[in-house]
Design a protein around this ligand. Structure first.
Ligand code: AMP
Length: 365
């Protein structure tokens, strides 16, 4: 094993689950984040301060063999000086391309991965022109820093242009044609530095208000799975990627349309902790630490449900057979991801029943 000390930029729940997966492997994680009570800081040592503070980033790199990310929006400029001190995995260009919805879609298109028709928007006039050219309905989004449905506005007709502009108007937007999808799917995979790849089964995801509510996996569709793997592999190879990468898709008229990618472990892959031989968190660490990648084989059929805004009644939920409970140790706030549960079952139909049972206990705020 070449790398043992893992620096993680951001100490949210993704970082926390990485650190927890790292302990059995003998890895030691060090976080950088703003707060002393973040989910990651509760389980591993943490440097406290701004995520782009050059001194703290240098300290993080100096104390690490490899630096990785819970929060992928750190600027390339802030990362560049670290490259001579520690391995940066995934590599800086992969983060940079994923930080901007326009460059991300340009990469997908270059790699012959279908995307929604779209246009870069800088002014209200450009938005009006784009709604005419691309059509309505459509979604106006910020190019950068949008997540969990933040910085998005759905336009149904021309009368919505002013309201959309008042809500998120400004330079740096993208207008996308609304996708009348039958499903949302995602694929998570890992690539090692020597180019080996592994892929998890597809996950079917249900969003509400732009936030992931629950996922069911594996989603069995051999043809869509083949396409998703092919697309993910193309992106990984094009970026000389190291680590876990996720792509979210819409299924439109039976084919995949890529929405966005995440150069990190992904919420729709949380089910792999209990649902697969080796989780996405462990495989990310294996990839970035030059350890052999682990089996992504599913152990059964799973449902994963997010706890949003409010923690559920633990006793009632934990009484459900086959349920695993995850509390991220965060303060409750409307819409905030506070934890999740996974229900692993042997039969294909069983997770649906358990899911509807669990959904009766869980309230989203
Ligand atoms: P995003 O932040 O791009 O992942 O969007 C969050 C969620 O909003 C997606 O998972 C979809 O449910 C919905 N959404 C985003 N873009 C579109 C689109 N072009 N057409 C239809 N739904 C969309």
């Amino acid at each position: 094993m070449k790398f043992v000390r893992v620096g993680i930029v951001g100490a949210g729940q993704l970082g926390r689950m990485l650190a927890l997966a790292g302990y059995p492997l003998g890895l030691r994680c060090l976080f950088l984040d703003r707060g002393a009570d973040t989910p990651g800081a509760q389980v591993a040592p943490t440097l406290i301060g701004d995520l782009e503070d050059p001194k703290l980033l240098a300290e993080l790199a100096a104390g690490s063999d490899v630096v990785t990310f819970d929060w992928e929006n750190i600027s390339g400029r802030a990362l560049e000086p670290l490259e001579s001190v520690a391995e940066i995995r995934p590599p800086r260009p992969a983060l940079e391309v994923a930080q901007d919805r326009i460059t991300e879609k340009a990469l997908f298109s270059r790699l012959k991965i279908p995307v929604a028709e779209h246009a870069a928007i800088g002014t209200k006039q450009e938005l009006t022109a784009a709604t005419r050219k691309i059509g309505l309905p459509g979604v106006l989004k910020t190019r950068r820093l949008g997540y969990d449905g933040k910085g998005q506005f759905v336009l149904k007709d021309m009368s919505h242009i002013d309201a959309a502009w008042d809500a998120i108007g400004g330079a740096g937007l993208i207008y996308e044609k609304f996708q009348a999808f039958s499903r949302e799917l995602s694929i998570v995979g890992a690539r090692s530095a020597d180019g080996k790849t592994v892929f998890y089964p597809l996950s079917a995801n249900v969003h509400g208000g732009g936030i992931l509510r629950y996922s069911v996996a594996p989603f069995a569709n051999a043809q869509l799975e083949r396409s998703a793997r092919l697309y993910l592999k193309r992106v990984m190879n094009a970026l000389a990627y190291v680590g876990v990468l996720a792509i979210e898709f819409f299924v439109v008229r039976g084919r995949l349309v890529a929405n966005e990618m995440a150069p990190r472990v992904h919420n729709s892959g949380h089910w792999t902790i209990e649902g697969c031989v080796v989780s996405q968190f462990e495989n990310h660490l294996r990839a970035i630490c030059d350890l052999p990648l682990g089996s992504t084989r599913a152990l059964g059929h799973t449902a994963m449900i997010n706890f949003l805004g409010k923690m559920p009644d633990r006793d009632r939920l934990m009484a459900i057979e086959g349920l695993a409970f995850h509390d991220y140790g965060k303060q409750a706030r409307p819409g905030r991801k506070l934890g999740h549960c996974t229900i692993l079952k042997a039969g294909a139909r069983e997770p649906d029943l358990a899911l509807s049972h669990a959904l009766k206990v869980i309230e989203w705020e």
